[in-house]
Design a binder for this molecule. Structure first.
Ligand code: UDP
Length: 241
């Protein structure tokens, strides 16, 4: 796979259809894989978090998530095809799962939200079976029991919605023990699927303005958005070297 390197983070130059095909190959292989969706804030986080950098750069698939990454890759002379976000991948995989019988387990978000997201997905994709659900507010001591529960449910894919970098670190630590063929961090996806959080209008998503919409609806996201100027400055500086 071709990659673009943005501030030391390797991102695969794939489109949504290719991502879907690659993830289905991971499922069929039966052995554990990790998929990361990398946005500008993950790249900034990785600059001061060597563990996160290592997890992303050894992941089986890293998708470009967001206008920031696409802009940076273009600017650095290694353009990427298109944005492949966690929400879009979850929906595409569930649509395919309704045909193939591949089952997801939904882990993360506040108590009750993963169940609501599971119900919404089953309504949207008739035939889809959800292997199981669990909220994302558990203690480190509870992880082993949760890993056992996930193993017993025998999912083909595990979507972990606990925010970056917690979700990626948790997956890396337990992926071999869980034995799920594909695990992927999906951030706030269950809040969106459950209908609790509205996604930006498509024109805003397409024009790279989804972050403004999210910030306006949830001002607590200011921390995450404040990494954007840092990202832009670092990319501009890297482009001059
Ligand atoms: N969350 C969780 N456990 C935690 C902290 C957060 O399950 O200990 C959930 C939170 O409820 C939300 C998601 O993780 O559903 C994070 O969403 P956010 O949009 O902040 O993630 P990002 O896409 O920014 O990584």
């Amino acid at each position: 796979m071709q990659t673009s390197t943005v501030l030391g983070v390797n991102v695969h130059a794939i489109n949504s259809a290719e991502a879907l095909r690659i993830i289905e190959e991971f499922i069929l292989s039966g052995t554990p894989h990790i998929v990361v969706t990398a946005d500008a804030s993950a790249v900034v986080m990785a600059q001061s978090d060597p563990d996160l950098m290592e997890i992303i750069n050894t992941a089986d698939l890293v998708t470009p998530d967001g206008a920031g990454i696409l802009w940076a890759a273009r600017r650095l002379g290694t353009p990427l095809a298109e944005r492949v976000s966690g929400v879009d991948l979850v929906q595409a995989l569930c649509e395919r799962g309704a045909e193939t019988g591949h089952k997801p387990f939904l882990l993360g978000a506040a108590p009750g939200i993963a169940e609501e997201a599971a119900y919404a997905l089953e309504q949207q994709y008739p035939g889809l079976k959800i292997a199981g659900t669990h909220h994302g507010f558990f203690t480190p001591e509870e992880s082993d029991a949760l890993v056992r529960k996930i193993r017993e449910c025998k999912p083909d894919m595990l979507f972990v919605a606990m925010g970056q970098p917690r979700q990626e670190k948790w997956i890396r630590q337990y992926m071999e023990a869980m034995g799920v063929p594909v695990s992927m961090g999906v951030g706030g996806t269950f809040d969106v699927l459950s209908g609790r959080v509205k996604r930006a209008p498509v024109w805003m998503q397409r024009s790279g303005l989804e972050w403004i919409y999210r910030l306006a609806r949830n001002p607590r996201k200011i921390d995450k958005c404040s990494t954007l100027p840092v990202f832009v400055m670092k990319v501009l500086a890297a482009g001059r070297k």
